[in-house]
Ligand binder design. Structure first.
Ligand code: NAD
Length: 483
């Protein structure tokens, strides 16, 4: 199978925070891979902008190190890396002062796409937006890419939207959620809307429930101070998991067009019921496996921030009446696994009895590891011995289906950055979407704060707190195993 790589228009891409962790681990390695794939034309440039006083050559050396560390060896082509590095430039800049802005303006060219990636602390987003427009660095066609977190509640998200709107139109703002750049997540839309098979069944009448799991094995060590102010609800549910839920629950958009898709996602968020206290389980990991407890990592021995959360959520509309969506995410769990599982109902009339081994159909969409999908279907167990049923997966692992091309699938960041250059906002969150997500999240957090709820402890390496199991058992259901 041959991938089609279409070069994007020539661009000047400025990475604010070009010496930071995200730039080093994700942005530059990703840009190099796109360059290697032939997607960057010869006259495109990448300009690092950060506080450190570096020459172009110093900066190129830091990017070369990042490529050596974070790009797979099979793609490390010394001649191509050297060529890529010639596209890089650097400007020392102070986001909160006047230094560096004139130099940056002089570097920018007319007639190419101008994009500015804000890979800096969110407290600097407003400062950078202001100075880009004040110093005439950005023009009416420029695009800005804003990292997460986008606010920490509705009020701060609104304030940030308002600040950005002073200088940029909504069509210029790309709020990044890297989950939306994942191959399988986009495949959710392809599977739902490019096939006749699933959509007729995609509703409460046929779907028993949906589970969305994002499990991590790592704790918060190293980012404890930041995480303690956030917690799993703000860090994962309000953004990434909400986006996944939207893609599963939304109505078919009239066209695969950025605003049509985002309009449908917004309707889902607005249709979410408030979550009842008994439908929320929060947890915090204990010490174990040679690692400290959450409270040691957060450096606050009395912290009540959750490193785990499970929620039973309901989308209040015709399509989903009575079908619960169970969300759970946590740190230091048994395995690193992200998946969406759609469990279908029983056939209306069964000609087989339970002893014959009937199980429900499940469509599993795996985000990591091993991106892919499988549909569990019932078949007859082979051989003599009468009609015994067994459940087998109809598999669509991308690695198998796409062969060698699978290694060439761009990672989420590189795909999203190329979408910015192409001017396609479909996979970016619109301002009203982010605000609606906070409007749903805020009362949940305010509720547990007012009640003084404490998170339940759980052992590392497990699937989370006991009460999370009860959340499902109570409804006669079970979580899928985390593995
Ligand atoms: P970092 O602390 O490693 O890097 C911050 C960068 O900002 C540095 O290049 C620094 O020089 C620059 N900077 C700081 N103050 C500045 C100023 N006054 N003027 C100009 N430049 C300044 O941070 P990071 O981990 O790379 O994160 C960057 C952004 O990406 C944050 O919004 C973060 O929430 C988000 N993010 C990071 C990750 C990750 O994996 N690191 C993941 C998701 C989102």
């Amino acid at each position: 199978m041959v991938s089609r790589v279409i070069p994007v228009e020539p661009f000047d891409l400025v990475i604010f925070g070009g010496t930071g962790d995200l730039a080093r681990r994700k942005i530059f390695p990703g840009l190099y891979r796109r360059f290697l794939a032939g997607q960057m034309t010869a006259d495109s440039r990448i300009i690092g902008a950060a506080r450190a006083e570096l020459s172009d050559d110093d900066f190129r050396a830091t990017v070369a190190k990042a490529i050596a560390e974070f790009v797979s060896e099979s793609r490390q082509d010394p001649a191509m890396i050297a060529e890529f590095l010639t596209r890089l430039h650097y400007v020392a800049i102070d986001a909160t002062g006047a230094g560096g802005w004139a130099a940056l303006k002089d570097l920018m060219r007319e007639g190419v796409v101008r994009a500015f990636y804000f890979s800096v602390a969110p407290t600097l987003f407003g400062d950078i937006a202001l100075r880009l427009s004040q110093h005439g660095v950005a023009d009416a066609a420029s695009r800005i890419v804003v990292e997460k977190p986008f606010g920490r509640d509705l009020a701060s998200a609104r304030a940030l939207n308002a600040t950005l709107a002073l200088h940029f139109d909504e069509t210029q703002i790309y709020r990044i959620d890297h989950y939306l750049g994942k191959e399988t997540v986009q495949n959710l839309m392809a599977v739902r809307f490019a096939n006749i098979l699933f959509e007729p069944l995609w509703k409460a009448e046929y779907v028993d429930h949906v589970q969305i799991t994002v499990a991590e094995t790592v704790g918060v060590e190293g980012r404890g101070a930041y995480y303690d102010k956030s917690g799993a609800m703000r860090d994962m549910v309000q953004n990434h998991m909400m986006q996944l839920l939207c893609l599963i629950a939304m109505e078919p958009p009239y066209h695969f067009d950025p605003n049509a898709v985002r309009d449908e996602k917004l309707k889902v968020i607005r249709a979410l019921d408030p979550v009842r206290p008994q439908d929320i389980v929060r947890g915090q990991y204990l010490a174990g496996g040679g690692q400290g407890a959450y409270t040691a990592h957060s450096e606050n021995p009395h912290s009540t921030t959750e490193s785990y959360i499970a929620l039973r959520v309901h989308v209040s509309n015709w399509r989903w009446k009575g079908t619960p969506f169970y969300l759970r995410t946590g740190k230091r769990l048994r395995a690193r696994a992200s998946e969406i599982a759609i469990t279908f109902k029983e056939p209306p009339h069964s000609i087989f009895d339970d002893a014959q081994g009937w199980r429900e159909n499940v469509l599993v969409i795996r985000l990591q590891p091993d991106e892919g999908m499988h549909l569990k279907v019932m078949i007859k167990e082979p051989g003599p011995g009468g009609m015994r049923l067994m459940q087998v997966p109809l598999d669509m692992s991308f690695a198998d289906a796409l062969g060698d091309d699978h290694d060439d699938l761009p990672d989420a960041y590189e795909r999203l950055i190329m979408d910015v250059i192409r001017g396609n906002q479909t996979l970016f969150m619109r301002g009203d979407e982010v605000e609606a997500a906070w409007a749903w999240t805020d009362p949940i957090i305010e509720g547990w704060t007012a009640r003084g709820d404490k998170p339940q402890s759980y052992d590392p390496g497990t699937s989370g707190p006991e009460d999370a199991l009860m959340l499902m058992h109570r409804d006669g259901r079970r979580w899928r195993e985390i593995r």
